[in-house]
Design a protein around this ligand. Structure first.
Ligand code: XMP
Length: 516
């Protein structure tokens, strides 16, 4: 049985995926659709609720994304957020105006009842980010909240099941945002909360079994969260019919290749093929210093090694990959970049193009509908080790982007050792969960040092640790000095050829997370 569906209609706001994730956290299955999805299509999908997202435009701008007035005749319970709120008012005959000053940040609102505000205090803090506001409501609507500068911060027409909020309930800065979304989904739309990860595993495994039958499946396993969880699901569904191909280019972190192999061969029923090819990669990278060229070489080598292995195995049955929902949205497959859409902001790295001569019966993407946190939840339930499920983002080219200048076997070894020490100290210090990503970098720099009676001329290690919500922006982490001191001591004492340590205190922007 299909899950009950909520649609998030994308008007180009930056929090659109966040809205969808919040809805799913409430136990409701949700998909993001473009704002110009034909009404017929929306009707056919039979959503029990629709949420209009925010967006950067003004409703009076002709080029801004609009919605046909007839939409509101479909009778679908709808919640408008920010731009979506203004659009609802404007389309139904209300008036939208520009504020004399934009309202941005944490603002106190006062509400006066209605289903959206069930169990929400009269006064609470919400997150606002807007220049326009609704100054006159359409007929039949009533205002349900206001702030000092915004006379209508929320409104409703319960008879038509139309609701709107000028603020962003999806961001955590809105104190009771979660309750407001929950109220919309359960009090207004009447969802029954049938989106649960346990059910997802069960139904997906059943679907995979049916789709695959007695055929084979090949999955490219990178050791990242997504492909690992996809492997876990497929293994549960079809066991030894699954072959995972794991290319170890020798640019992974210390002992990582062995960890991945052990995990999947010991814990799961499948065929596991590991291709060790560090030498091949090193030969192709010899003498190359330019970061883009290094990336290209690593990408091309990977592509060749991987697909050659597939040719060797035989393209028999299905090809599986760990594509997740945001990959589909960002790549334009699920939500093509359009007017006002955020779809093209982030380039992603997870799609693999299949060579023309390789022909499988089809491609399987068992995680294609999940967000990252849902993938992790599934991974935990499947018994995949914590370290893999909570693995930090790790660039496709691996340590290749963390070794500046030419990549050599000696440098890989130094960096692997240094990175392992840094990670070990962070883990011991108990601050790991505060950091979103942390790693060591090997810049192409040697400096003078002194060790005993000798002068040394050896490698400098840079350490990087960031906090971030989405990796679009990031701040350098304020690691306590005593932790930094221990890291520095251990790096110089334990890692051969390291005689100096620096800590990167650059935010993004202007820096990036990786050094390249
Ligand atoms: P930057 O350096 O652009 O990195 O600030 C942002 C995030 O993306 C990760 N990153 C990559 N991830 N393939 C990936 O899958 C790549 O080629 C790649 N390059 C950067 C980086 O580690 C950080 O989390």
């Amino acid at each position: 049985m299909a899950n009950q569906l909520c649609i998030v209609l994308d008007f180009g706001g930056q929090y659109n995926q966040l809205i969808a994730r919040r809805v799913r956290e409430c136990g409701v299955y949700c998909e993001i659709k473009r704002f110009d999805t034909p009404l017929e299509e929306i009707k056919a999908l039979d959503p029990m609720g629709v949420i209009f997202t925010g967006g950067p435009n003004s409703v009076y701008d002709e080029a801004s994304p609009h919605i046909a007035k007839e939409y509101f005749d479909l009778g679908i319970p709808t919640l408008g957020i920010c731009y979506g709120c203004q659009l609802m008012a404007y389309t139904l005959g209300g008036t939208v105006e520009s504020c004399t000053k934009s309202e941005y940040g944490k603002i106190e609102i006062e509400q006066n009842g209605g289903k959206l505000f069930k169990d929400v205090p009269e006064k609470s803090i919400v997150w606002m980010s807007h220049t326009d506001f609704v100054s006159k409501l359409p007929e039949g609507f009533s205002g349900k909240a206001h702030s000092e500068d915004c006379p209508i911060a929320a409104f409703e027409c319960p008879e038509r099941k139309l609701y709107a909020v000028q603020f962003h309930p999806e961001v955590t800065h809105s104190q009771f945002g979660k309750e407001i979304l929950h109220n919309f989904l359960y009090e207004v739309c009447g969802f029954n909360g049938d989106w649960k990860m346990d059910d997802f595993i069960e139904t997906t495994v059943a679907k995979l079994r049916e789709q695959i039958g007695d055929k084979k499946v090949i999955l490219g396993l990178s050791g990242g969260v997504d492909s690992s969880v996809a492997a876990g699901l497929l293994s549960r569904a079809v066991g030894k019919q699954l072959t995972c191909v794991f290319v170890d280019q020798g640019l992974m972190r210390k002992d990582e290749g062995n960890f991945v192999e052990e995990t999947f061969t010991k814990l799961f029923d499948m065929n596991f093929v590991r291709v060790n090819c560090q030498e091949k990669f090193l030969a192709a990278l010899k003498g190359v210093k330019d970061p883009e060229q290094k990336r290209k070489i690593i990408g091309t080598e990977f592509y060749n090694v991987f697909w050659d292995k597939i040719r060797e195995q035989g393209a028999d049955g299905f090809f599986a990959q760990g594509t997740i929902y945001p990959d589909r949205i960002e790549s334009g497959k699920g939500n093509k970049a359009g007017q006002g859409s955020t779809a093209v902001i982030k380039t992603h790295h997870n799609m693999v193009k299949m060579p023309d001569d390789i022909k499988f019966d089809g491609v399987i993407e068992p995680l294609g509908d999940l967000f990252k946190d849902e993938v992790r939840a599934v991974g935990e339930k499947l018994g995949i080790p914590h370290d893999l499920v909570w693995r930090q983002p790790f660039p496709g080219p691996g340590l290749g982007v963390r070794i500046i200048g030419e990549i050599t076997e000696e440098k890989i070894k130094v960096l692997q050792e240094a990175d392992a020490v840094f990670r070990d100290e962070i883990r011991k210090s108990g601050i790991e969960s505060e950091l979103r990503q942390f790693f060591a970098v090997l810049p192409d720099v040697r400096t003078v040092g002194v060790m005993g009676d000798h002068r040394t001329y050896d490698h400098l290690i840079a350490i990087r640790a960031v906090t971030t919500d989405d990796f679009m922006t990031a701040d350098w982490a304020r690691i306590p000095y005593d932790v930094l001191a221990r890291v520095s001591n251990r790096l110089c004492n334990e890692v051969e050829h390291v005689n100096r340590v620096v800590y990167d205190i650059t935010s993004k922007p202007p820096g990036t997370v990786e050094w390249e």
